[in-house]
Design a protein around this ligand. Sequence first.
Ligand code: HEC
Length: 142
Amino acid sequence: MSDVIEPATRRARTWFFMGLAVLSVGWLGFTGCSRSEPSTVSPTVAADAPAEYATGRRLFEAHCARCHGVGGAGTDHGPSFLSKIYEPNHHGDGSFLMAARRGVAAHHWRFGDMPPIPNVSDDDVTRIVGYIRWVQRQAGIT
Ligand code: HEC
C-alpha cells in the first residue's frame, strides 16, 4: 500500500526534479562565469591608492560604495567593478557618467535597478572613474 505512488504525487515529484535540474544548470552557469573573472583587490590595496586618486576614492566611497563595495568589490546591492564586463572597452567612462546621471535599469545582474545618484557632478564621476580604473588595473582588468 505504502509503495503505491499516486499520480498526483508522481507529477509533483517530476516537477520537483525538473526544478532541481533547472536550478543546478543555472548554478553551474553562474559559477562557470564567475570563475573566469578576475577576482578581487584587497581592501588594503584599494585604500592605498596613489594620492592622485584620493579624491576619486573619497567620492566613490561616499556615493557608490554602499552598493559597489569598498574598492569596487561589490555588495549584495550592486556588482563588483572588478569584472571583465566593466573593463574600459566594455563599459567606457561615458557609461559611468550616464549611470550616475540617469541610473541603470537592471540588465546584467539581479541586483535590481541602480537609481540616479544625486549630488554627484560629471567632474566627480570623472574622478571616480579614475579611481575605479586604477583599482581595475591592480586586478589586471585593463
Ligand atoms: C543603490 C545602489 C547603487 C549605487 C549607490 C550605485 N550603483 Fe551603480 N549599479 C547598481 C546596480 C544594481 C547596477 C547593475 C545594473 C545591472 O546591470 O543589472 C549598477 C551598475 C552600474 C554601472 C554599469 C552601467 C551599465 O551600463 O551597465 C556603472 C558604470 C555604475 N553602476 C556606476 C556607479 C557609480 C559611478 C556610482 C556612484 C556615483 C554608483 N554606480 C552607485 C547599483 C548602485
